[in-house]
Design a protein around this ligand. Sequence first.
Ligand code: HEM
Length: 142
Amino acid sequence: MSAQTPYEILGDDGIKALARAFYEAMDDTPEFADLRNMHGEDLGKVTRMLSAYLTGWMGGPPVYQMIKGTMCLTDPHKPYAIGPKERDMWLACMDEALCRINASEELKTMLKEPMFRVADTVRNTDDSSCPKERDPNIIAMG
Ligand code: HEM
């Protein structure tokens, strides 16, 4: 396994390309329609924010932390009911994005488990059949 961090492997341009490919895949793949519908019309800002987040998370400069003062993703996701189905759809979309940027098998393996862990911290319900607006009676995870 490479001693390089994912940030050293992808670099700033590679991470920007990954974030772009992620939301392009979400936008053009019917299987991801439910995930796309949770997002706003314009994906420009969230693409930049995901790129900022992944830069620090992959071992580069903490850009998202510098902007938001935290790496915690719970609050920005609180308005959405995110259960196992939404989590797995988000991860499948990330897998597709990694393929689209021709990421190496080594990088995909390196990211697999950590990406599952961070996606599961964003999950805020055990039941994917919840309506879009999260029921305030559900105890927030994390
Ligand atoms: C687990 C399933 C996930 C779902 C369903 C989901 C969904 C969303 C939605 C609906 C938004 C708001 C988009 C908008 O404003 O139009 C959002 C924002 C965001 N998501 Fe996720 N997300 C998930 C996981 C993740 C993960 C794992 C990461 C990071 C690795 C992430 C990073 C972000 C960032 C950085 C933002 C922008 C928040 C901000 O403005 O501070 N999301 N997400």
